[in-house]
Design a binder for this molecule. Sequence first.
Ligand SMILES: C[S@@+](CC[C@H](N)C(=O)[O-])C[C@H]1O[C@@H](n2cnc3c(N)ncnc32)[C@H](O)[C@@H]1O
Length: 217
Amino acid sequence: MNNDGQQITHQVYEDPDIVEGYIKRNANDPKQKDLVVSFSKTINGKKVLDLGCGPGHESYIFAELGFDVIGLDFSSEMIRRAKELKESNNKPSFIVGDMTKLNDYFAENQFDAIWASASLLHIRPTDIPATLGGMTSVAKNRAKIFIGLKGGKGTLLANEDKYGKKMQREFTLWSKEKCLSEVKQFGWKLDNFDSKEGSEFMGQPTQWLQFFFTVVK
Ligand SMILES: C[S@@+](CC[C@H](N)C(=O)[O-])C[C@H]1O[C@@H](n2cnc3c(N)ncnc32)[C@H](O)[C@@H]1O
C-alpha cells in the first residue's frame, strides 16, 4: 500500500455527493444502533471517542444515551455534516483529525470507551501500531474498545459506486488472528468477538469482524 491509496480514500470522503450518499445509506441503520446500545451498557464512565466517526450518526446515539462524546474524522466534509446531522440536547463535539496521531489531539487516560466502526479498515498496515498505541494511550485503564473491520487478507483499492458515484477506496482487510496479534503488545483483553455477513463488497458478501476489548494498563 502506498500514500496514493490513502490520498484517494481521503478525497472520496471529502466529496460532498459521496458523503451525502454515505449518510443516506448508513446513518439510520437499526442494527448499528442496537450494537451501539449494547456496547454502551458495558462502559464504566461517560467519555466516548468515536474514531473515524464519518457523519457522526453513532456519536449522536451515544450522546442521546447520556455519554460525553467526541467524534474524530480526517474528512472535513464528514465533520461538517456531523455537526449539523441532527438537533440534540446533548450534542457530541467533532474534530477533524488523523486517527494515526491521537496523541496530537488528546491527553493520556481520557476516554472510558473508544468506538472504531469501519474506520481502522482504511489504516495502512505500517500505521496500525501507532494507531493502536494512540488508542491505548488516550484510553483509561479498563476502558472498553469496539473495533469493526472487514474480513479478508491484504490491502486493495476497491472500485465501487454504492454511494451514487464511481469511487475508489483503499482497504486493509483483517482476520481475527491478525487483529489479536496486532493488539497483543498493548495488553488489551478480548471480551467478545462476532462475525457477520453484510452487503456486497468486491462481488462477495462483506464479512464484518466485530471485536470488543477491555484496555488493561
Ligand atoms: C467507512 S467510514 C465509517 C464511518 C462511521 N464510523 C460508520 O461506522 O459509519 C470510514 C471513515 O473513516 C475515516 N477515516 C479514514 N482514515 C482516517 C484517518 N486516518 N483518520 C481519521 N479518520 C479516518 C473516513 O474519513 C470515514 O469517515
